[in-house]
Design a protein around this ligand. Structure first.
Ligand SMILES: Nc1ncnc2c1ncn2[C@@H]1O[C@H](COP(=O)(O)OP(=O)(O)OP(=O)(O)O)[C@@H](O)[C@H]1O
Ligand SMILES: [Mg+2]
Length: 175
């Protein structure tokens, strides 16, 4: 068989080294430019790697007036966004799968109903990869030392291209 009949595309891998938290904030701003309603962002990496930090920076870049805190104990938090970009999501839903047994528990508290006008950020998102509806963008954090992180993005090819453009043009939609 030749080609890929269902059109499924291999994700493009982008590896970045951030030597300070400020670098990760800049990355989050670029990343916020490629987000669309319905996207699921899978945040992966050890305790303290930067999953919540990154989510907070993205929510700020998309104009939230709230402070993003860890969803570890509440499982779901929803933030209103205020971004002028026409196709920008209006809400960011933040999840932590750490204490969940299976993906069904996420569905039970409304995960799949959130996706129409929002983006979903899922800490420990790799636990349920394959179950999510919509486009999945993976952000994987590795701790190098106190202030340094290796961050690997796994993006569908069209989003990888948009991400490269966001870097070139340094859009300023809402940040
Ligand atoms: N380059 C960097 N990028 C991101 N965070 C950094 C960086 N350098 C240091 N940090 C710090 O690492 C910490 C990351 O904590 P954070 O709560 O985001 O981790 P987490 O991955 O969500 O952990 P948990 O699994 O416990 O929820 C923050 O205190 C942040 O300031
Ligand atoms: Mg966290």
């Amino acid at each position: 068989m030749m080609g890929d009949v269902d059109g499924g595309q291999e994700p493009v891998k982008i590896v970045l080294h951030m030597h300070a938290p400020e670098g990760t904030v800049q990355l989050a701003q670029m990343f916020s430019d490629i987000l669309r309603c319905g996207d699921v962002v899978s945040l992966e990496g050890d305790l303290g790697a930067g999953k919540t930090f990154f989510t907070r920076a993205v929510a700020r870049a998309l104009g939230t007036r709230d402070t993003v805190t860890s969803p570890t104990f509440v499982l779901q938090k929803i933030y209103d966004l205020h971004c002028e970009r026409a196709d920008a999501p209006q809400r960011l839903a933040h999840y932590d799968t750490y204490r969940l047994m299976d993906y069904g528990e996420m569905v039970d508290f409304g995960f799949e109903e959130m996706t129409a006008d929002s983006v979903s950020f899922v800490e420990w998102g790799d636990r349920f990869l394959g179950d999510y509806p919509g486009v999945v963008l993976r952000v994987c954090f590795e701790i190098i030392d106190r202030d340094s992180r290796k961050i690997t993005l796994l993006l569908p090819p069209d989003r990888a291209e948009e991400f490269a453009d966001a870097g070139r043009h340094n859009h300023k939609h809402c940040h």
